[in-house]
Write a protein of this length. Structure first.
Length: 101
């Protein structure tokens, strides 16, 4: 992974410290960093959430390490975290419907 080691080091964390935060062994995390083990999607999201960066940044698809959201977008994200799956699906359906108009 292109940015895994760089971002960990920029936060002054060891592999062991980070692995405790994200819930995996340090040996598994080490393999993620050197690219000998594929990171499961759920773990990739967990790492991105920990650092508050995008998954694209971790994968090296973008050099932008911070996502800037409008106040409205932040409210949408916060509301979705406290909603059940059905409510999130309904909200997404409505937004996609209006986008097509």
């Amino acid at each position: 992974m292109t940015n895994l080691r760089a971002i960990r080091e920029s936060h002054h964390l060891t592999q062991r410290e980070l692995s405790k935060h994200i819930g995996c062994s340090s040996s598994v995390y080490s393999r993620y960093e050197i690219g000998t083990r594929v990171i499961p999607w759920e773990m990739l999201v967990r790492i991105a959430d920990f650092y508050q960066v995008s998954v694209d940044y971790l994968l090296g698809h973008t050099s932008v390490d911070q996502i800037v959201l409008s106040e409205f977008e932040v409210k949408l994200v916060e509301a979705s975290r406290f909603s059940d799956e059905r409510a999130r699906e309904d909200a997404l359906y409505i937004l996609e419907h209006y986008r097509k108009q």
